[in-house]
Ligand binder design. Structure first.
Ligand code: SF4
Length: 270
């Protein structure tokens, strides 16, 4: 794997739609076979078994070969369309399938988004991420988001969106609007996927990732731990991210009312 980026994501409490978050910590190749060689599940499980300080030392060693050791890239996340999602992700309070106390809202007006983006920039963010609780955007919705992307770019911020599954023409439209990153998580391992989501397949996720990458947009991709998966499932997820992802993010979440309880307290991105 090229690197492993952990994310603390998504403050979406009522009255607080933005989160100054996303501290990026590269964990990385503690024991590198060959640069181009992919990691096997067994190799990843061997990493899990390392003493913590050994793992941290090796991770820091690799991190410093590729990144400024003490630099932190800051992003702010904004939920531009909250709740009412038709998907049944077991960890998510925004799913309409669960009674979580999260109401369905409409897409935020452009001016409100720009106000939040300017505030994020004033507070030190260099990237602004916009998330919508959709299975996949309709074309007229995508048009509205593309406008948000181009206007946020004009403020001098990098842009990221997470909108669910995309068609190739939609990825191209976002690229043309100036989108820098698309977030689309793998959620968990292929082997555990059916325990967490029934309304889409693993292949659906991979297909969207390919379309985003083919459009020339940078991919932000990760998964979630703490949903009842085994250590081997976690290694399988990382192996998938190694195979398909470039900057995987691992989150841990806990939401009352959703089917799965996790460990951190913020709704995930679509
Ligand atoms: S994680 Fe995303 S796709 Fe899944 S229910 Fe929540 S908002 Fe919908």
């Amino acid at each position: 794997m090229d690197n492993l980026e952990s994310q603390i994501t998504w403050a979406n409490k009522p009255g607080n739609r933005t989160a100054q978050a996303h501290t990026s910590t590269t964990v990385a190749q503690a024991v590198s076979p060959q640069a181009a060689q992919r990691w096997s599940v067994a190799q990843i499980e061997a990493l899990f078994a390392l003493p913590f300080n050994d793992l941290m030392f090796q991770a820091q060693t690799v991190h410093r070969q590729h990144f400024d050791a003490n630099a932190v890239q800051r992003s702010t996340l904004l939920s531009i369309k909250t709740g009412g999602c038709p998907e049944d992700c077991a960890y998510c309070p925004q799913s309409a399938k669960y009674d979580t106390g999260v109401d369905a809202e409409k897409l935020m007006p452009l001016q409100d988004v720009l106000q939040a983006a300017q505030a994020a920039k004033d507070q030190g963010a260099s990237r602004f991420c916009m998330g919508a609780a959709w299975r996949s955007p309709k074309d007229h919705q995508l048009e509205q988001v593309a406008k948000m992307v181009s206007e946020v770019k004009k403020l001098g911020l990098e842009t990221c969106v997470t909108l669910g599954m995309l068609q190739a023409r939609q990825a191209a439209a976002l690229r043309d609007a100036g989108l820098d990153y698309y977030n689309h998580n793998l959620d968990t391992s292929p082997e555990f996927y059916g325990d967490i989501i029934s309304t889409r397949t693993y292949q659906d996720r991979l297909d969207t990732l390919e379309r985003v990458r083919d459009a020339g947009i940078k991919v932000c991709c990760g998964g979630i731990v703490g949903m009842g998966e085994t250590q081997t499932n976690r290694a399988e997820l990382i192996a998938q991210l190694d195979q398909y992802g470039r900057t995987p993010g691992i989150g841990a979440h806990q939401q009352p009312g959703s089917r799965r309880r996790h460990t951190a307290g913020q709704p995930p991105r679509a």
